[in-house]
Design a protein around this ligand. Structure first.
Ligand code: ZN
Length: 137
C-alpha cells in the first residue's frame, strides 16, 4: 500500500461551535471549512496543520456513528486517516491479507474524498480510514 501522509485526524466533539472556538482562540488555528456529511450523520469542521488536517466531528443523529461513539466513549480521537494512492487496490490488498474492512468499496466523504474504513479489531485498536483525493492529481 502506498501511504503518502496522515491526511487527517478525526476528533469527536459534542459541540462544534465551542470546539471550533477552542482550536481558534486557544490553539491559534483557523477553521477553513464547515461541512455536513448527511450520509455519516455528522457536521465537520476542518483545520490545516502542515500536510495534515484536524477534522472535528459533531453528531447530527444519536444513532449515527459519531453519536454512538460519544455515548460510549465521550469526546476524543475517533479515527486516523491515511492518504493513499489507489484506494481500491489498497482495500483489495487489505482484504486479501485478512484485515477486516468496514467499507469494501470507497464512498464519498467530506471534501469530496474517496474514503473507506478499516475495522479497529484488525488494526490494534485504531479506527483507520484510507482516503484518496481523486480531484487533485
Ligand atoms: Zn475522516
Amino acid at each position: 500500500m502506498d501511504i503518502s501522509h496522515i491526511e487527517h485526524i478525526g476528533i469527536a466533539v459534542k459541540n462544534l461551535e465551542e470546539s471550533i472556538r477552542f482550536y481558534e482562540d486557544m490553539l491559534g488555528m483557523e477553521c477553513y471549512a464547515v461541512e455536513e456529511v448527511e450520509e455519516q450523520k455528522v457536521k465537520t469542521a476542518f483545520f490545516q496543520v502542515g500536510q495534515t488536517k484536524i477534522e472535528l466531528l459533531e453528531s447530527t443523529d444519536p444513532e449515527g456513528p459519531i453519536g454512538k461513539f460519544l455515548e460510549k466513549k465521550g469526546e476524543g480521537v475517533h479515527h486516523m486517516a491515511f492518504a493513499v494512492k489507489g484506494i481500491e487496490d489498497a482495500l483489495a490488498q487489505m482484504d486479501e491479507k485478512g484485515v477486516r474492512l468496514i467499507d469494501r468499496k470507497p464512498r464519498k466523504g467530506a471534501e469530496g474524498l474517496d474514503i473507506a474504513f478499516l475495522h479497529p479489531k484488525s488494526t490494534h485498536g485504531v479506527l483507520m480510514e484510507l482516503c484518496e483525493n481523486k480531484n487533485k492529481k
